[in-house]
Design a protein around this ligand. Structure first.
Ligand SMILES: Cc1cc2nc3c(=O)[nH]c(=O)nc-3n(C[C@H](O)[C@H](O)[C@H](O)COP(=O)(O)OP(=O)(O)OC[C@H]3O[C@@H](n4cnc5c(N)ncnc54)[C@H](O)[C@@H]3O)c2cc1C
Length: 272
């Protein structure tokens, strides 16, 4: 039986960050990953995830703002560029209750933002063409994170800080009946003082054993190659959210313009 202080199960975006911050606090931590670190089967692979500071509750905006120096610190330690503060633009028809609540929160926490008309958006960002008569809010602190690189960087820095990382090691069962949690893997059994389960889409199966119900659903994303690349680069385009259609467009990092779609948006109308 191996004994560890902190055990992190699953090293995607959440687990790799947890492992890194534990080592930053000087505690002994072990991370277990069923595949290799940075694999493409989970929720966190790919080049971009929105970094939002635009929420309808102040606590989330404050949390996001508080994380910015932590990301910058990780970048300085690793010499990697992870957080792109391109800004994030959300638009909706005037009087849209959710957009208005988000704007009220921005104002209440002092978040830097601009309110723009459709005409102002379209002239400021040549890649966009939103319909006349809409209201947009641009939050300057938002943007996107290079998700896959963030995982590799968190794990590399955690390793450098003394964390143990076990790749190609699958957790097969969790036993919470002993005084300390025990975790059965295909490479031996671990007892830990603190257990962090960050198993992403696999969490449903793993947590079922300890009676935590979770339903996992699939999300689709698409990449497009625009004819003109320049207007879609992070220097010229913020992350762009169609508030009333719950759809998000990212500037090009690679391999193309990313469109995360909950519903099919009006792509041909919105993007030139
Ligand atoms: C298409 C899409 C777009 C998204 N866009 C955004 C966005 O723009 N902004 C945003 O903030 N969020 C976004 N999200 C959500 C965000 O990406 C996820 O919340 C986040 O990546 C989840 O990370 P995770 O570490 O929980 O899961 P994962 O990255 O899936 O990591 C779980 C890890 O646990 C490991 N694991 C699982 N079971 C076991 C086991 N039994 N033994 C050992 N290891 C195990 C897996 O192999 C995996 O590496 C998006 C999600 C998707 C799917």
């Amino acid at each position: 039986m191996n004994h560890v202080e902190y055990l992190v199960v699953g090293l995607g975006a959440m687990g790799s960050a947890a492992l890194y911050h534990l080592t930053q606090h000087g505690v002994q931590a072990t991370g277990i990953e069923q595949f290799e670190v940075g694999h493409g089967f989970g929720s966190s692979h790919g080049h971009s995830r929105v970094f939002r500071t635009f929420y309808d509750k102040p606590v989330y905006t404050e949390l996001a703002m508080a994380s910015i120096p932590l990301w910058r610190n990780l970048e300085a330690q690793s010499d990697e560029h992870l957080l792109y503060q391109t800004g994030m633009l959300c638009y909706a028809p005037p009087g849209h209750a959710s957009l208005e609540q988000h704007i009220r929160v921005q104002a209440s926490v002092g978040g830097s933002h601009d309110i723009l008309s459709s005409e102002e958006v379209n002239s400021r960002y040549p890649a966009l063409h939103i319909p006349n008569g809409n209201i947009a809010c641009l939050t300057h602190d938002s943007g996107f994170l290079h998700a896959a690189l963030a995982i590799r960087t968190h794990v590399a820095q955690a390793r450098g800080g003394g964390a143990e990382v076990l790749e190609q090691t699958k957790v097969k069962g969790i036993d919470l009946t002993p005084r300390l949690p025990e975790v059965e893997t295909d490479r031996g059994r671990y007892r830990c003082e603190h257990l962090i389960i960050t198993a992403g889409p696999w969490a449903g199966r793993l947590l079922q054993e300890i009676d935590v119900p979770l339903t996992v659903t699939r999300q689709q994303k698409f990449y497009f190659t625009p004819q003109q690349r320049a207007p879609f680069l992070p220097e010229h385009l913020p992350v762009f959210v169609i508030t009333w259609r719950i759809s998000t467009v990212f500037p090009i990092l690679a391999p193309g313009l990313k469109w995360l779609m909950i519903t099919w948006g009006r792509l041909q109308i919105l993007l030139l």
